[in-house]
Design a protein around this ligand. Structure first.
Ligand code: SAH
Length: 196
């Protein structure tokens, strides 16, 4: 597993915004992810009314699924276009307000109150702003983070979860010399080092 070829690669926030503008969003799954259905019980562990976090959320339809099941969903996404498309594609009315602790950030909240999407960089968040979560759906998130930021990302995620939380992580396995990412290849050994 030689990941040397991807170590130095950086995808800038500007490039992500451009992907959204160009509609270059092959990562978005209209039908939702089958692995969330498969492992839903692991995420919920018999609990109801959870706070569930979606890092680097895009316009993931799974946010709607979990909100419809009665959970409270919080996401973070740098593209305002993505956030607005999420609400409009599900015909969800929302309101928008500044986040006093983060300059330039906005929070978009469904009128029903159970979906809150922060439009800012995930690195601007902390548990004092968003609280702690009972569950995490990490798909297209760790694997989208620049390799040089992985440690920072993992430490932040650990600080955002409650003791008895469940963290579902989706990664991809392929030869990193044949594809430059994203999604990046994150070997299992590195995941163990990052999350313990
Ligand atoms: N998890 C989503 C989207 C995956 S693509 C899904 O499953 O469909 C990764 C997303 O992260 C993109 O929408 C990109 O705009 C966003 N992103 C990239 N860097 C970010 C950052 N630092 N903070 C918040 N969002 C970011």
């Amino acid at each position: 597993s030689d990941v040397g070829s991807q170590k130095e690669r950086v995808v800038t926030e500007e490039e992500w915004l451009q992907k959204w503008e160009m509609g270059n969003i092959g990562f978005h799954k209209e039908e939702g992810h089958p692995l969330l259905q498969k492992y839903l019980d692991v995420l919920l562990n018999g609990r109801s009314g959870l706070r569930i976090f979606f890092p680097l959320c895009g316009k993931a339809v799974e946010m709607k699924w979990l909100a419809d099941m009665g959970h409270s969903v919080v996401g973070v996404e740098i593209s305002e276009q993505a956030v607005k498309e999420f609400f409009s594609e599900h015909s969800l009315p929302y309101c928008e307000e500044p986040v006093p602790e983060i300059s330039g950030a906005k929070m978009f909240q469904s009128t029903s109150g159970n979906i809150s999407l922060y439009c800012c960089s995930i690195y601007d968040l902390s548990s004092s702003i968003v609280g702690k979560f009972d569950g995490v759906w990490d798909r297209g998130a760790l694997v989208a983070v620049n390799p040089c930021d992985r440690q920072r990302y993992a430490s932040l995620m650990i600080s955002l979860v409650e003791k008895n939380s469940s963290y579902l992580l989706v990664t991809v396995s392929y030869d990193p010399n044949k594809h430059k990412g994203t999604p990046f290849y994150v070997p299992e050994s590195e995941i163990k080092t990052l999350f313990g």
